[in-house]
Design a protein around this ligand. Structure first.
Ligand SMILES: N=c1c2ncn([C@@H]3O[C@H](COP(=O)(O)OP(=O)(O)OP(=O)(O)O)[C@@H](O)[C@H]3O)c2ncn1[C@@H]1O[C@H](COP(=O)(O)O)[C@@H](O)[C@H]1O
Length: 96
């Protein structure tokens, strides 16, 4: 799913179809994307503090989406993040 979403975001970045929310974010620029990442992070915190798991699921999805838009904007493939997590996982397995 994340790979599919990454592909759609990349397509929006390249083609900028009118009316798409992702196009709107790219057109507004990195400061707008960072603002959304900040807002969605705060909303995840509030949902978790309220012990509202429906809200937590939705806000976490919003956050992941906006992080992926940010990665595209900065030209970083999701695979780079996955590889980093993989290294950490393997390192912690070796030391346990
Ligand atoms: N996964 C998402 C996704 N998650 C969250 N959002 C949007 O993120 C926004 C977060 O809600 P907010 O109320 O905070 O933001 P808002 O008031 O709409 O926006 P602002 O005016 O604050 O910028 C909503 O508009 C959601 O629709 C997403 N928008 C798109 N996608 C996926 O991205 C792909 C491309 O979508 P489009 O660009 O819309 O074609 C598709 O696969 C979509 O499913």
């Amino acid at each position: 799913m994340l790979n599919q979403l990454e592909a759609v975001i990349a397509q929006r970045y390249a083609e900028r179809p009118e009316g798409a929310y992702t196009t709107y974010l790219f057109e507004k620029g990195v400061d707008k994307i960072l603002k959304k990442v900040g807002e969605e992070t705060a909303e995840v915190i509030i949902a978790a503090k309220n012990k509202d798991n429906d809200e937590l699921r939705c806000e976490t999805s919003d956050l992941i989406f906006h992080l992926m838009v940010l990665l595209r904007e900065r030209g970083m493939p999701l695979d780079d993040v996955m590889r980093e997590l993989g290294h950490r996982h393997n390192k912690s397995k070796q030391s346990s």
